[in-house]
Design a protein around this ligand. Structure first.
Ligand SMILES: Cc1cc2nc3c(=O)[nH]c(=O)nc-3n(C[C@H](O)[C@H](O)[C@H](O)COP(=O)(O)OP(=O)(O)OC[C@H]3O[C@@H](n4cnc5c(N)ncnc54)[C@H](O)[C@@H]3O)c2cc1C
Length: 165
């Protein structure tokens, strides 16, 4: 993945971010410089997985980011209750990447190597699965149920969880 620059508003806070790579965080998704700032998604600083001829960043995908956000919600709740933060995100990844007339699906647990699970398949079925997933995802969001109980148990049976607690 190309190396994105993080928004200027984050870059202005000295000690909070690396110039290119994003917000430096601890294992609880908190900025290392400002513990009351949490960070999730593409703005998190993750070191490049390997040296490449052109600058690249570590891949970040939707489910992986959902695990980060879930951890942040638990940790903010704990902070507001005056408790120490304890929740870590798994950074697990399940991805359906649509490429038009074909697509690629992968499961990477966790997304950043070294991995416990590394599964990849390519084919037109991924394109169709992505269309079905989009409809399922939008329905979940409209109903306000981002993680239905049946989804949680199916993923758990496959060894895919959002949080380390
Ligand atoms: C081409 C492409 C294909 C991808 N395909 C897949 C896929 O198939 N499956 C998958 O899981 N992941 C995929 N990803 C990755 C996934 O889309 C991203 O990892 C994810 O969207 C990042 O989420 P985020 O919330 O961190 O950032 P974003 O989704 O980029 O959200 C950041 C938001 O912040 C806003 N913003 C920026 N600066 C400011 C500012 N100063 N003030 C206010 N708002 C601001 C932006 O407008 C944006 O809406 C793909 C990414 C790309 C680029």
């Amino acid at each position: 993945m190309v190396g994105f620059r993080v928004p200027q508003v984050a870059r202005r806070r000295a000690g909070c971010v690396q110039v290119r790579c994003g917000v430096l965080i601890d294992e609880y998704q908190r900025s290392k410089a400002y513990k009351n700032i949490f960070s999730a998604g593409v703005c998190v600083a993750i070191p490049p997985v390997e040296a490449t001829p052109v600058p690249t960043g570590a891949p970040k995908t939707g489910y992986m980011i959902e695990t980060m956000v879930s951890a942040i919600v638990h940790n903010i709740k704990d902070e507001l209750a005056g408790q120490p933060v304890t929740t870590k995100a798994t950074w697990n990844a399940i991805c359906l990447a649509d490429m038009g007339d074909t697509g690629a699906a992968f499961v990477a647990l966790p997304q950043i190597p070294p991995r416990n699970v590394n599964w990849f398949k390519k084919g037109k079925w991924v394109h169709l699965a992505k269309i079905a997933f989009e409809k399922y995802f939008m329905r979940k969001m409209k109903n306000g149920t981002p993680e239905p109980i049946y989804e949680k148990y199916v993923l758990k049976a496959l060894g895919i969880a959002r949080l380390i607690r």
